[in-house]
Design a binder for this molecule. Structure first.
Ligand code: IPM
Ligand code: MG
Length: 393
């Protein structure tokens, strides 16, 4: 028996559609188990800003921080929606929470389910055995190249003054100069890397050899921030002698990732590298429609599909809800582990099982997986499977 208060932030574009399917999963669990989910929907995002002049209603950040047990977000991003200072409208929501709630790890599992075709060559193929893609990428989420924007967005979310990085001289440059400092701290790196090793301990290792491995992906041949990140990695790795060390530069990593994904178990990297590498890695799992994520800190977490608002598909009921359903699975796993709730942990595994069965069956897939099913059609089908499993409990 557990009751949880969930903040649901549908956001922009297709975020609204996938949020409905995320909520459907929570409703299904509430209906068939003792686990209750009170859901508070908060409208937000770029379109909300254009309509109301606010990125979200005043008090929303405080609600997410002080009241909600966990947060689900659909997507943020409306073309043309910018704040007067040029920042992304809706940034207070996604970036403000990442920084303001100190959600230092962006955890992005990359797993190819059986039956899911992917499009590495532009055509649907099953060239990989699904057992060859099963890794988790951890992206640092509070510093690096995003730091100024993150901090500015968090200040705004808290109703405080904006932040501008200190001015720096750049010898030899001419004309207008724009720059984003890329601060990397030992504290920020170590806690992220620590979480990576902790996750590695719960897994079965890399698909190729079942070896527990944490790969440090950086550009330490070039940047000082990455040299610090790598030193932080070595320091944490010393505490885990039973986990195999592995190093790669981000440029080389992109080709190994697509060529030999089976080598990877857990990957830790900095903010912008992780942003880019996880979009690339999503292709290995069938595309962005399959990519779930959790923004996780020590006291708070929000969960979101990686795909963004996909404005061109908005309102058409066509995008894949599985990234959102799997984000809810991650949320319940997180809530269950925090409260030592084995029953809720089991329920979260049943979500994964229902998704896996649905995909293996392959009859109801959205366009991105080569099918013609609707977003709600897939959401209802997965929820029905889940309900059937829950009834057996
Ligand atoms: C992501 C997105 C965000 C990011 C955008 C929407 C600000 O691309 O979650 O990966 O850059 O982090
Ligand atoms: Mg991204």
């Amino acid at each position: 028996m557990s009751d949880h208060l969930i903040a649901v932030l549908p956001g922009d574009g297709t975020g609204k559609e996938v949020a409905i399917e995320a909520q459907r999963i929570l409703d299904t669990i509430q209906q068939h188990t003792n686990h209750g989910f009170e859901q508070t929907v908060i409208q937000c995002g770029g379109q909300h800003y254009l309509d109301t002049g606010e990125e979200w209603a005043e008090g929303s950040f405080d609600f997410c921080r002080d009241e909600a047990d966990a947060i689900f977000m659909g997507a943020i991003g409306q073309p043309g929606a910018r704040l007067p200072n040029g920042d992304l409208a809706g940034g207070s929501v996604i970036l403000g929470m990442r920084s303001g709630l100190d959600l230092y790890a962006n955890v992005r599992p990359i797993r190819l389910y059986e039956g899911v075709p992917h499009k590495v060559h532009g055509r649907f193929t099953n060239i990989w055995d699904p057992d060859l893609v099963d890794m988790v990428i951890l992206r640092e989420n509070t510093e690096g190249l995003y730091h100024s924007l993150l901090h500015r967005s968090a200040q705004r979310a808290k109703g405080l003054e904006g932040y501008e990085p200190p001015s720096i001289e750049f010898p030899g440059l001419q004309g207008e100069i724009a720059y984003d400092p890329r601060p990397i701290s030992s504290h920020g790196s170590e806690r992220l890397i620590q979480m990576g090793f902790d996750i590695a301990e719960t897994r079965n290792g890399a698909p190729i050899d079942n070896v527990n491995r944490v790969s440090c992906i950086d550009k330490s041949n070039v940047t000082r921030g990455c040299q610090l990140f790598r030193r932080s990695y070595d320091k944490i790795a010393d505490k885990y002698p039973h986990i195999v060390r592995d190093y790669g530069y981000i440029d080389a990593f992109t080709q190994w990732l697509t060529r030999t994904p089976e080598h990877y178990d857990v990957v830790v990297t900095s903010n912008m590298f992780g942003d880019i590498a996880t979009d690339l890695a999503s292709v290995l799992q069938g595309g962005m429609g399959m990519a779930a994520s959790g923004n996780i800190g020590d006291n708070h977490a929000f969960f979101e599909p990686v795909h963004g608002s996909a404005p061109k598909h908005a309102g058409l009921n066509k995008v894949n809800p599985i990234a959102s359903i799997n984000s809810i699975q991650m949320m319940l796993d997180w809530l269950a582990r925090r409260s030592n709730d084995d029953d809720l942990l089991h329920v979260s595994k049943l979500i994964d099982q229902s998704v896996a069965e649905h995909l293996k069956d392959g009859k109801s897939l959205t366009y991105d997986l080569g099918g013609t099913a609707t977003c709600s059609g897939v959401g209802i089908a997965v929820a029905d499977r889940l309900a059937a499993h829950l009834k057996e409990l």
